[in-house]
Design a protein around this ligand. Structure first.
Ligand SMILES: [Zn+2]
Length: 44
């Protein structure tokens, strides 16, 4: 049975931060790979 495209995208794993494993909200800036917390730590 084929999945509809909607089902396919719904089943994709949520993006999560590779640093701390926190789920990341989908944003327009999809190049952001870390959560806000890790990004701010990286600034130091
Ligand atoms: Zn993080």
């Amino acid at each position: 049975m084929l999945m509809s495209p909607v089902e396919f995208f719904r089943n994709l794993p949520k993006k999560e931060c590779p640093e701390c494993g926190q789920p990341i909200e989908e944003q327009a800036e999809c190049y952001i790979m870390e959560c806000d917390h890790c990004l701010s730590k990286r600034d130091e």
